[in-house]
Design a protein around this ligand. Sequence first.
Ligand code: NCD
Length: 311
Amino acid sequence: MKDNSRPLQHLISSKQLNRELIKKIFGKAEYFENSNSVNKKPLVGKVVACIFYEPSTRTRLSFESAALRLGAAVISTESASHFSSAVKGETIEDTIRIISGYADAIVLRHYKEGAAEVASRFSTVTVINAGDGSGEHPTQALLDLYTIKKELGRIDGIKIGLVGDLLYGRTVHSLLRLLNLYKNIKIYLVSPKELRIPEEIRTFLIEKKADFKEIEDLSTILNDIDVLYVTRIQKERFKSKKKYESLKASFQINNSVLRKLKNKAIIMHPLPRVTEISFEVDSDKRAAYFRQAKNGLFVRMAILDLMLGED
Ligand code: NCD
């Protein structure tokens, strides 16, 4: 049932978040991270539906694990494009109307930008955007930010280089909106010309007077940044295979990059990686991406607790 007293009825975009809410989510995430088992099961009796129309490992399984650890039951379809009634031609509107009769929250991943927003209009229960095409991925941005805070001890004042597919990479879009909430952030947007951030995000950054620079050469910023945030070139979003082939090897983080990177810097990646980070980087203490993925569990527990729990 709709409950207008909650701070967040749906989580569709990072635009909905502010520092106070993020602080609350991080406080809960820290609590879940530090208590081996959650004694109190705040979501007993609730049902969380994970409906994924696109592939996922981390997002779906960490959401499911988070829900189960909080005492909720989980129903899911991991390949909704093939195994749900979408195959028979059912619209997302109808599917969501139906599922909202069975669950207390819908975690939705869809290949179309804007799908989560549409779903939220047809759902009578909480909708959480787990990635909508090349639009947004707000829960990833929250876990990214949580990782930065945990690894560096601060968010204000950091210098971050976002590298790779900034055009189609939804995690970057959501993270840029969140970074804007913090002070003195220096942002380097590093990509080939063809994969620069979408116009809408650029306009947002300009309007917010963000300190950002769009560049193509990663080597010029390596001794300046605290966070190197690497992304996969999003093969599935390209209309032309040839174009993808020409851009897929745009960046490669390897030992020679590590040598130029600050000692205290961290390397992040929402994962999965393909070739953009060499395996040799994994053993470096600055490689934070596996720790980052693990943080996803605690942050998603916090999000579910905030959105579905009692307090
Ligand atoms: C990302 C996504 O799905 O947008 N993965 C994730 O959720 N951790 C990044 C990607 O697929 O490249």
